[in-house]
Design a protein around this ligand. Sequence first.
Ligand SMILES: Cc1cc2nc3c(=O)[nH]c(=O)nc-3n(C[C@H](O)[C@H](O)[C@H](O)COP(=O)(O)OP(=O)(O)OC[C@H]3O[C@@H](n4cnc5c(N)ncnc54)[C@H](O)[C@@H]3O)c2cc1C
Length: 400
Amino acid sequence: MQSPPVDDMSDIYDLVIVGGGPVGSALSLMLARAGLRIAVLEARKPVPVSGDGRTLALSYGSRLILERAGAWPEALQPTPIQTVHVSQRGGFGRAVLRASEMGVPALGYTVSYNSLSNVLSDSLRETSVEYMWDATVVRVEPAVGETLIDAQFAAAPRRLRARLAVLADGGRGVLAQPHAAEAVASMRVKDYAQHALTTLVRSQHPHNGCAYERFTPDGPTALLPVRDRFALVWVAKQAQSERLLGLSDSAFLAELQQQFGDRQGRFLEVGARAAFPLSLRYAREIALPGVVRVGNAAQALHPVAAQGFNIGLRDAWGLSRLLLQSGPHALHGAALARAYVRARRMDRAVGIGLSDFLARVFEIDRPLVRSARGAGLWLLASGAPLRRAFTRAMMFGSSR
Ligand SMILES: Cc1cc2nc3c(=O)[nH]c(=O)nc-3n(C[C@H](O)[C@H](O)[C@H](O)COP(=O)(O)OP(=O)(O)OC[C@H]3O[C@@H](n4cnc5c(N)ncnc54)[C@H](O)[C@@H]3O)c2cc1C
């Protein structure tokens, strides 16, 4: 039988952040100089993250946020995205979004999930934030005036107390239901029955900072510029994805060529392949007194619009601004929870709605729908005000 957690009543934090992934670490950095006592509990062992095949496209707005948090080191080796080219297979219409049109140095940047996670958690070493590895939180329970956080540490179970617990665990479900509002405690889930296959590929022609998104009835295919390669995100039905994972390199490159065409010349090399099952998961509300959700713990999106981390970072930024304004004694209050829900409502709704819409609408393979999609792309291509508004929302999110 598991021993009960050691409850040191003096172990009281202003903030306990559950999960030291990219969003939890970024939030800690934003608050590191606020004079708060902060602990981050991370389930992983203290070794660098490796082996995650994801490349993340960070928006220009995310770069500005990370810079203000002092967390945009060149160690990230970001590759700028100057142009995004959007098209659909078997239908007319294509749109091109350009950094030059928006007056910004880049629409966004690509970084690897591994280096982003490592750089952010390493940056916390020079701060007073207590980043605890090998600490798996098993239960978070809001109580009167404080929140209880039970965690399994390498040595023993332990109970921490905090004015505010921030769930940044990617949505794995540690919030105790009986005492938490249903809309905050549970996640709505929609399985897309698709996988995202990720890898790096080298093409005959240089990318020149151009990213491609090509919609097909099986799912979207994205190529993102990364140093001298492209990161490929190939969304397909599960069986198709498993088949693609099992192909030899040359057979895989041949299928990719067929899928994508010859805009970049021939595809010459492919790296290690990985696949991620895709679903939409989100909490209807993201806060109650003593507990808030950020990042994938609040909403995990289909990667079609490359918004998951970007929106999660804006959760962290919005929350950090409210915490800095309100001061330590308001951390457990209902007013703070309400203000956070209000501040994030519009951006979340647009992010969830847009990614779900794009994931579904390009799957429908009927002539009328194809034409409507083509018309949408044509509108985006020919209407500069619409295109600029869309690009701005992709870079900075949507506010009230
Ligand atoms: C194929 C793919 C491509 C993507 N591309 C993009 C993109 O281009 N742009 C973009 O913005 N987003 C993208 N995303 C989404 C992005 O990866 C996520 O939104 C982002 O990783 C969320 O970060 P997070 O810190 O909230 O959660 P996570 O990255 O899931 O981190 C959660 C952390 O919490 C820890 N943890 C979990 N449970 C516990 C526990 N019980 N106790 C303690 N610690 C715990 C985990 O070990 C982990 O370190 C993509 C996703 C996929 C699958």
